[in-house]
Design a protein around this ligand. Sequence first.
Ligand code: UFG
Length: 333
Amino acid sequence: MSQAAQNTILVTGGAGYIGSHTCKALAAAGYKPVSYDNLIYGHPWAARWGPLEVGDLADRNRLNAVFERFRPAAVMHFAAYAYVGESMNDPGKYYRNNVVGTLSLLEAMRDHDVGQIVFSSTCATYGVPEQELIAEDHPQRPINPYGASKLMVERMLQDFGKAHGLRAIVLRYFNAAGADPDGEIGEAHDPETHLIPLVLDAAAGRRPAVTIFGDDYATTDGTCIRDYIHVTDLAQAHVLGLRALELGAASAAYNLGNGQGFSVRDVVAYAERVTGRPVPTRTGARRPGDPLRLVGSAARIQEELGWRPVHSDLETIIETAWRWSNRGDNSFG
Ligand code: UFG
C-alpha cells in the first residue's frame, strides 16, 4: 500500500456547519482537508479550504476511491444527522446514517490502514444530568436516538481500537454556536432548529417571534439551560486532538463546553443587547427529548491538550452569528 499523505485529512461532513469551520482551522494549521459530504445538509460553498468529494458514508466503493486517491493520514468524522426531535420520530434514519454509515467508514479506514480519527460526539450521550457540571465520567444514558447513535459509535471506536489498533479522540460537544469571526462561513441549517439563529431571525424580523419550549422547568426562570460554545473554538479543539494522535496519544474522550449555563431567556436578553433590537417571544410546550440543564466541564481537554476557548463568551457567539445572519446572500461560490 502506498504511503499516506501526512498532512491530508479526510473530513466527513466537511461542507456542514462544524466540519467547514474545522476545515478552515486545519488549513490554517498547515493541513490539507479533503471534505467528503453527501450535501444533504452540507453546502458546496462551505467547503472552501480543500477539495470536496461528494459521496455518502454508506457508499463503500466511493469511500474506497476517495481513500485511494487522497491517502489521508487521519479522518475527522462530522457527517451525521443531528436533529434531536426528528430522531425521536424517525430513529431508523439516525441509526442507519449515524451508526451504519460510520461502520462503513471505519471498515474503509481499516482496509486502507488509516488508524487515527477525531470523532464528533455530543453531550446528548449523557442523558439526564446527575451533576451540575458534567464531566467525562458521567454515566452515558442517552434519552433520544440521536444521542444513542453517537454513543454506539463511541463503543464501536473502542472495539475497533482493541481489534485493529484504531486510536480515536472523541469530542463531546455541548451547544455549538456562533460563526467564523472573519464572516467567511457560518450556520446555515435547513430546517434551522437551533436557538441562537432562530432568536436572531426574530430580532431581524425574518420571523415574527421565537417560541420558548417550556417555561415550567425547575430552573431560575423556568427555561432550559445550555452551555454554548463557539464553533471556532470547537474547530481548534479538533486540530489539537489530531496533533495529539500524531504524537501517539491513546484514545480519549473530551467534553467541549464552557462550564457556564445560560437559560433560553438569558440568550434572548443577550441577543437583544447585542443586536439593539427587541426579540419577540411566545411560550410553547416543552420539546420532547430536552433535558432541563446541560452544562459541561472541559477541564480535561484544557489540562491534557491545552485547549483554551477564546470566542466562547455569549456576546461574541451572538455577535458573530448576528453578522453572519445578516450577510444578505449565502449563495456564495
Ligand atoms: N429552544 C427553544 N426554542 C427554539 C429552539 C430551541 O426554546 O425555537 C431551546 C431548547 O428547548 C433548548 C435550547 O433552546 O433548551 C437550545 O436548543 P437547541 O435546539 O439550540 O440545541 P439543543 O440543546 O437541543 O442541542 C442538542 C444537544 C447537542 C446536539 C444538538 C443537535 O445539546 O449536543 O442538540 O442539534 F448536538
